[in-house]
Design a protein around this ligand. Structure first.
Ligand code: CO
Length: 211
């Protein structure tokens, strides 16, 4: 059997199970999607958004990339954000990182990972630089990387708040709430780190005053 055929067989079994449990499952989802959440997570295969939050198809709108970055020139992420906020009208956006993130760890080394990864991971080195004093004082390497994982989530969440997409939605509809979380691979538990909402204070440098 070819490698990918296993997935197609599993898919048939999964679809049949859903219909057994709930005959309307697919016909209901086919008509409309009304997720309340946008999930921005790491591409890591061990952090599947729906499974770890116990949510079903239709409940999460999902964007994943290496190390859950919110880069303000990333047309892919911004399209997802725009659609989720302005068309799906999600009530919350979650940035979820995870301890033991390979992308974050790689950014703490000086290895040349060649053009594209060097470019992407540079964003995490910039987070390190912003928090250099705190991070350099953590002598155990694993602990330092885990703290950088947390600080990376916090910075990416702040990057969301800097976008005009979010600021306009706050002004017009007082949503979405922004949540920064970190997932622990060793026990499957998510720890909340930071919440930003329409009444939070923003760095005035990034605040649009004519939206
Ligand atoms: Co990761």
């Amino acid at each position: 059997m070819k490698l990918a055929e296993r997935l197609l067989l599993e898919n048939k079994a999964w679809a049949a199970e859903r219909v057994d449990e709930d005959p309307e499952f697919f016909s209901r989802l086919e008509k409309i999607q009304t997720p309340e959440f946008l999930w921005i997570g790491c591409s890591d295969s061990r952090v599947p958004a729906n499974q770890i939050t116990g949510t079903l198809p239709g409940e999460l709108f999902v964007h994943r990339n290496v190390a859950n970055l919110v880069v303000n020139t990333d047309v892919n992420l911004l399209s997802v954000l725009d659609y989720a906020v302005n068309h799906l009208k999600v009530k919350a956006v979650i940035v979820c990182g995870h301890y033991g993130c390979g992308g974050v760890k790689a950014a703490t080394t000086n290895h040349d990972l060649k053009l594209v990864l060097n470019m992407w991971l540079r964003n995490i080195k910039d987070v390190y630089r912003l928090h250099r004093q705190e991070l350099d004082n953590i002598k155990v390497e694993g602990e330092r990387v885990d703290r950088l994982v947390e600080l990376n989530v916090i910075e990416q969440l702040k990057n969301l708040a800097k976008t005009s997409i979010i600021q306009r939605a706050w002004k017009e509809g007082q949503r979405p709430e922004l949540h920064g979380w970190v997932y622990r691979l060793s026990d499957g538990i998510i720890k909340p780190l930071l919440e930003i909402s329409h009444d939070s204070e923003l760095d005035p440098l990034y605040e649009y005053d004519d939206l």
